[in-house]
Design a protein around this ligand. Structure first.
Ligand code: SF4
Length: 298
């Protein structure tokens, strides 16, 4: 299967400023959504759903799922695709693991996705806090499965991998986010090889664990570059992938270059499955934690 885009109707330029019809979505305002909102608010927990203005918040929260953002909502990096605030974060909250456990109990979760901002200010990059959160939830709810979506841990990868090995999650995820040629504009402070290396270390240090990554389309990448990323991810043993549409989350974020059609996302799904990924979500609204709890490729 080659990656050439032969049919230009497979994408739509974003210059008009209008969203294509397949990206129009109504927000459900039902009681399940409000219940999730109330539990998170009462426990003082942050989510990436809110901090990144995720378009799936209505749907996910109404389904009783949310992705918790630990270690605060101030990031030490300044990625241009992301709306999370940049600055100097405060100390980690020692009570957060316990509040997280209460959230799991109140929401009766069986699958929990935890992510964090980059914490380049911490000696272990925040790996110890991930472990403490998992340990505390497991102590109270041993049957919960965990998916952690981590930063790249910069030059502390070996230390972080060792710490996280003490609390093995079901899925270890780290997002490459975009193609390497766009790192300078979209992901300053990130390093493509470093991200691949973290996924490789997780896969080969933790044995049977599932590893996962995500890429956004619509930032100006070429199809050949996307193919290369998928191949690179498979070469480091990455099992799971989500492929979604980049949507500008705030007025200071990068503009969308193109909108990829649902049909083209289906094509990418087949491509990823053909390369050997065992679990793939590819679609305009696909995000790293979207339907993460599903066992099979949705
Ligand atoms: S896709 Fe993930 S980040 Fe977005 S609303 Fe759902 S759980 Fe939250």
């Amino acid at each position: 299967m080659n990656c050439k885009l032969t049919d230009k109707s497979n994408s739509l330029g974003a210059k008009s400023g209008k969203l294509p019809p397949w990206l129009h979505r109504r927000l459900p305002a039902d009681t399940s959504f409000q219940r999730t909102e109330r539990i998170l608010g009462s426990l003082g927990l942050e989510t990436i759903c809110s901090n990144a203005n995720c378009p799936n918040r209505g749907q996910c929260w109404a389904r009783g799922t949310a992705t918790v953002l630990i270690m605060g909502n101030i990031c030490t990096r300044n990625c241009k695709f992301c709306s999370v605030a940049t600055g100097k974060p405060g100390p980690t909250d020692r009570d957060e693991p316990s509040r997280l456990a209460r959230m799991v109990e109140q929401m009766r979760l069986k699958y929990l996705v935890i992510t964090s901002v980059n914490r380049d200010d911490l000696p272990d990059g925040g790996a110890g806090h991930f472990r403490d959160c998992i340990d505390e939830v497991r102590r109270r709810r041993p049957d919960v499965k965990f998916e952690i979506l981590t930063p790249d841990f910069r030059d502390r990868q070996a230390q972080a991998i060792e710490i996280l090995g003490q609390c093995l999650p079901f899925v270890f995820a780290h997002n490459v986010e975009t193609v390497p040629s766009l790192y300078r504009t979209a992901r300053m402070g990130g390093d493509y090889q470093r991200s691949l290396n973290l996924l490789r270390m997780a896969k080969y240090s933790y044995g049977d664990i599932n590893t996962k990554s995500s890429i956004m389309l619509g930032l100006g990448e070429t199809d050949a570059e996307v193919c290369q990323v998928l191949e690179n991810l498979r070469s480091v043993g990455c099992d799971r992938i989500t492929i979604g549409q980049y949507l500008k989350p705030s007025k200071n974020s990068l503009d969308v270059v193109e909108y990829v059609t649902p049909a083209r996302f289906d094509w990418w799904k087949q491509k990823a499955l053909g390369l050997g990924f065992s679990w793939v979500i590819s679609g305009p609204f696909a995000r790293s934690s979207y339907f993460a709890e599903r066992d099979e490729t949705p």
